[in-house]
Design a binder for this molecule. Structure first.
Ligand code: GLA
Length: 381
């Protein structure tokens, strides 16, 4: 994390006055494979990154929250008992988390807070989940003696997206932000909630993100439509989620569902099997297979799930032309980054080529982000 405690503390004191409070951090995430599977009860394979949110928080003995966003240079004051909450999205995350914690019986009190982040916005690295997880973790620590378990904190963040932001997301991002562990990816079964840490130390390979900087905002995007398509197919099959579907079942309802819904489900079922194949490959140290599956995911996300864009397909083609082991869109899609598994000796050539060809075609440089797997939500001081 480039951001330091002092960056946040100095502004906290400047804008909110008084004594220092407690400081918390929560990261963004990457996802190796398993995209749009979380809300279908499937598997995901995320890890926390070093970039994240840092927030300073100090209870103020009132019912009001006074919040300063360092990045947006924006201040708001709202009551915890207000039914509507603030308008600005960056403050609605805090309001939503506080309200969802109150619904769980947490005696949330008013607080003063300042926060800043270094997760690039709209990159598909879950800057919003970082913010939600940071406040859920902090409120649990400050007002409830950490009595709420971590998976429930992740669900608080998810419900905040559903109820206050309007994105019907799955659990992956908030799960990863809360549970992250340096040097480890995690395989989460989104149906049962069971997860396992996988040490991530692929000798001879690096993970690098290339951010197309195409604006990605899931709110108001067709993200919710994708989810609805999956639910339509599950309903036609008489099952709860597509986790319980296979190819034959999908074929059996082909005539009863729209062509579009068919394509969406086809991708999701394929992705379920790809994640399992990647788990086996990782256990065998077979990164070539991991990479192959990543390319297959990209093709599915682009052609069947239709959440790619020209710029991301272009970056994926460059990766393939350069001989990069694996490459695909990461996160919800509609812009943001590709995640690339690249042999160390190819790294410089690939990054140089991707930047220069992209710039030549689109007139602006994409941003290169080296992936370092970091820790999840924590108290810094
Ligand atoms: C977004 C959502 C997640 C997940 C991904 C796609 O990041 O917040 O829940 O659905 O998209 O895998």
């Amino acid at each position: 994390m480039k951001l330091t405690i002092d960056d946040v503390r100095s502004r906290f004191i400047k804008h909110l006055g008084g004594e220092p409070g407690s400081v918390y951090a929560s990261p963004g995430r990457i996802n190796l494979i398993g995209e749009h599977t979380d809300y279908n009860g499937g598997f995901v394979f995320p890890g926390a990154v070093q970039q994240g949110i840092i927030a300073e928080i100090r209870p103020n003995g009132t019912r009001n929250v006074r919040a300063y966003s360092i990045d947006m240079k924006d201040y708001v004051e709202f009551s915890l008992d207000d039914e509507k909450g603030p308008n600005a999205t960056h403050f609605r995350f805090i309001y939503g988390v506080a309200r969802e914690m109150m619904k769980l019986g947490v005696p949330v009190e008013g607080f003063d807070t300042a926060f800043a982040g270094d997760v690039p916005n709209g990159a598909g690295m879950s800057s919003s989940a970082a913010l939600e997880s940071c406040y859920a973790f902090a409120i649990n620590d400050l007002f409830y003696d950490n009595k709420i378990e971590k998976m429930e904190l992740a669900r608080v963040g998810q419900r905040t997206e559903h109820n206050y932001i309007g994105v019907n997301c799955g659990i992956m991002d908030q799960f990863a932000s809360i549970h992250g562990k340096a040097g480890n990816l995690m395989r989460l079964d989104c149906r049962s909630g069971e997860f396992k840490y996988y040490p991530w130390n692929p000798k001879g390979y690096k993970l690098v993100l290339i951010n197309s900087c195409v604006k990605h905002e899931l709110k108001g995007s067709p993200y919710n439509d994708r989810r609805r398509s999956c639910e339509n197919v599950a309903k036609a099959l008489g099952i709860e989620t597509l986790r319980d579907a296979d190819w034959d079942m999908l074929e059996s309802v082909k005539d009863k569902i729209s062509e579009e819904d068919y394509k969406r489900a086809k991708y999701v079922i394929g992705e379920y099997y790809r994640v399992l194949a990647v788990c086996d490959a990782l256990e065998a140290g077979d990164y070539e297979t991991v990479g192959e599956k990543m390319y297959e995911t990209h093709a599915g996300l682009s052609k069947d799930y239709e959440v790619s864009c020209e710029e991301l397909d272009f970056l994926n083609d460059i990766a393939r032309d350069c001989g990069v082991t694996g490459s695909r869109i990461m996160g919800g899609g509609f812009g943001g980054c590709t995640i690339n598994l690249v042999k160390t000796e190819l790294y410089d050539t690939f990054v140089r080529r991707a930047v220069s060809l992209f710039k030549e075609k689109y007139g602006k440089s994409p941003v290169v982000i080296d992936v370092v797997i970091g820790d999840g939500s924590r108290k810094l001081c």
